[in-house]
Ligand binder design. Structure first.
Ligand SMILES: O=C(O)CCC(=O)C(=O)O
Ligand SMILES: [Fe+2]
Length: 331
């Protein structure tokens, strides 16, 4: 434990963190500078990767999906709790896939990892403004991490010393309220007391908070981060926020394994390159089946049963009309 304390408190010896480092794609991407920055600080912003046209097309379609929940096969969002609405970007098809499988981004991530990556999870998320914090600071990995009971490969400390996953947050509008935050350099601590910020003693929490950098950004900004470090959205937030979240795993450490399979349209497959198909998870394994995926949690909500009953009877008037017609014909 003394070793943990000393490694945590070494954070205190560092100078205060600088603002987030922004790399502008319009000035030509200097891949080695980006890689260095992610290794050193754990995060950066890449600006101007995607055209307005592409972002608009995705956002316009997303707004339609966000206007109503997915019910009985009708398009809409997934619901897992009060403040959020979720859409799987792959179900938006076409342009959304260009955003989450961009080859320039894949190349950067694979260079940071020193090997192949796989898109483990992605979600288009609408976060409602809220007076309370519903997504506190956390790290995505710690010793013993596994995604579910059925996935038995537990991470050990040796595995944790390598870059395991690179997370991404792509802003779909200029974002200040609710912006992503990262505790600079905390990816090197290796989460010695677990993934939850609140499991750390006050002194260590303060040391991490002194390293926090708020990644306010513009529409189209892509934040890439080493998800062993402590991070999370700025909350409580006074504005709603729409963001595409991404998580790419290191295949050398975790295997060609996704958290859950990607729901890909047959019509999108032909326009993907071999590299994109590989990263999308063609032929990969998965940790959680689509039936049990966390984002399908509504199946356990108390309202699921009564709503299912309503839906099951939604076409009753038409059914009775048909029955009446049938009897009239017979008489
Ligand atoms: O919503 C965010 O800004 C962070 C998302 C995140 O950390 C996660 O999904 O693990
Ligand atoms: Fe996270």
């Amino acid at each position: 434990m003394a070793a943990i304390e000393s490694s945590m408190l070494k954070l205190n010896e560092l100078p205060p963190p600088e603002k987030v480092t922004i790399f502008n794609a319009s000035e030509g991407l200097n891949r080695s500078l980006i890689i260095d920055c992610i290794h050193q600080r754990g995060f950066c912003i890449i600006r101007g990767l995607f055209s307005e046209k592409k972002l608009n097309a995705v956002l316009t379609l997303a707004e339609k999906y966000f206007s109503t929940p997915a019910i009985a096969g009708a398009p809409g969002y997934w619901k897992v709790d009060h403040p959020k609405k979720l859409i799987h970007p792959f179900t938006l098809g076409g342009k959304a896939l260009d955003l989450v499988l961009d080859e320039r981004v894949i190349d950067i991530i694979e260079s940071v990892m020193g090997g192949e990556c796989i898109l483990a999870e992605t979600m288009l998320k609408f976060d409602k403004k809220s007076k309370y914090t519903y997504f506190p600071l956390h790290s995505d990995f710690a010793v013993g991490w596994s995604k579910s009971g059925d996935h038995q490969s537990m991470l050990d400390i040796e595995a944790l010393k390598k870059v395991l996953g690179i997370g991404g947050a792509l802003y779909l509008h200029d974002t200040v309220e609710g912006a992503f935050r990262y505790c600079d350099g905390t990816h090197r601590m290796l989460s010695p007391r677990g993934q939850k910020f609140h499991s750390y003693p006050k002194k260590e929490q303060e040391a991490m908070l002194a390293r926090i950098v708020c990644c306010e950004g513009l529409r189209g900004d892509l934040i890439l981060f080493d998800d062993r470090g402590f991070h999370g959205p700025s909350q409580p937030a006074k504005e709603n926020r729409t963001v595409i979240l991404l998580d790419y795993f290191n295949v050398n450490t975790i295997g060609r394994t996704q958290v859950a399979p990607m729901p890909i349209w047959s019509t999108d497959i032909a326009s993907l390159t071999d590299k994109q198909l590989r990263v999308a998870g063609v032929g990969a394994n998965f940790m959680v089946s689509p039936m049990n995926y966390a984002h399908t949690r509504f199946q356990h909500n108390k309202l699921h049963k009564p709503l299912a009953w309503v839906i099951d009877h939604a076409y009753l008037p038409q059914h009775f009309k048909n029955l009446v017609k049938h009897f009239i014909k017979r008489t």
